[in-house]
Ligand binder design. Structure first.
Ligand code: KIV
Length: 274
């Protein structure tokens, strides 16, 4: 059996078919080693442009480039075998035109071999989503709080907390679904609105700071592991790795300074003579 036929990954149509069914489990990963761990338990791995914040320490996701996304997308594909890998389209790689979006998305698929792309925006991106889908590129939408629009939004605050502001967000959800997206991330949207949208549209909603009624949930891996210094209200911490890592580093530093490391078991002796 070839290596290719041994690897059976989830597909975008399979995720699309999970509407009103078993909840979709999605986490981010940017590296081969975390991808291997996430892959054992999740349906979808998102190579999010949050890597700009998490890996590179940028304040926003705006500086993230297509090359950065492709590099980490390739690492995640090497580390995983079963999950659908979705790679984010970074700011500036798709908004100018449908053609620009196609060229960027095609590069992502060709160079990473991932199964889908994600892009931010509802009504304003519907035409682009349809263009990509018609040309064989599965698209995950992303509505509500769209971090790439931070400079027009003004802050990272939750959306739709006043009912008067619901209509544009509902329109975004409908537009993304009608355009052919196979699922949509709903980020930081008031719970009753996220619930309503989930009931209204026929593609799976994947919530982050949205509603338990969504068809799936996503978190940034480093946030839920307790590695991120600051996290949003919607993050539940499932681990507290930062102090564990720091304590290991402290022990290493102390052992090196006291010459307790390396021990005799960590060094190479000479080959026996003759
Ligand atoms: O970039 C990212 O990690 C995301 C998730 C927060 C959904 O888009």
């Amino acid at each position: 059996m070839s290596v290719q036929s041994a690897i059976r990954r989830r597909t975008a149509p399979e995720i699309r078919a999970r509407k009103n069914a078993e909840p979709i489990v999605m986490l981010t990963s940017y590296h081969a080693h975390t991808a291997a761990l996430v892959d054992r338990h999740c349906d979808v791995i998102l190579v999010g442009d949050s890597l700009g914040n998490v890996m590179h320490g940028f304040e926003t996701t705006l500086p993230v480039t297509l090359d950065m996304m492709i590099l980490q997308g390739r690492a995640v594909m090497r580390g995983s075998q079963h999950a659908l890998v979705v790679v984010d389209m970074p700011f500036g790689s798709y908004e100018a035109s449908r053609e620009q979006a196609f060229h960027s998305a095609a590069r992502i698929l060709k160079e990473t071999h991932c199964g889908a792309v994600k892009l931010e925006g509802g009504t304003r991106m519907a035409e682009t989503i349809a263009f990509l889908v018609e040309r064989g590129i599965p698209v995950m939408g992303h509505i509500g709080l769209t971090p790439q629009s931070i400079n027009t939004l003004g802050s990272f605050r939750a959306q739709g907390r006043d009912e008067a502001g619901w209509a544009p967000i509902e329109n975004d959800a409908r537009a993304v679904a009608q355009a052919g997206a196979f699922s949509v991330v709903v980020e930081a949207v008031a719970e009753p609105l996220a619930r309503k949208i989930t009931h209204e549209i026929d593609i799976p909603t994947i919530g982050i700071g949205a509603s338990a009624a969504c068809d799936g949930q996503v978190l940034v891996l480093e946030d839920m592991l307790g590695l991120s210094p600051r996290t949003a209200k919607f993050v539940r911490r499932y681990g507290n790795l930062a102090p564990m890592i720091e304590s290991a580093i402290e022990s290493f530093a102390s052992d090196v300074r006291s010459r307790a490391f390396p021990g005799p078991e960590h060094v190479y002796g000479m080959n026996p003579k003759g």
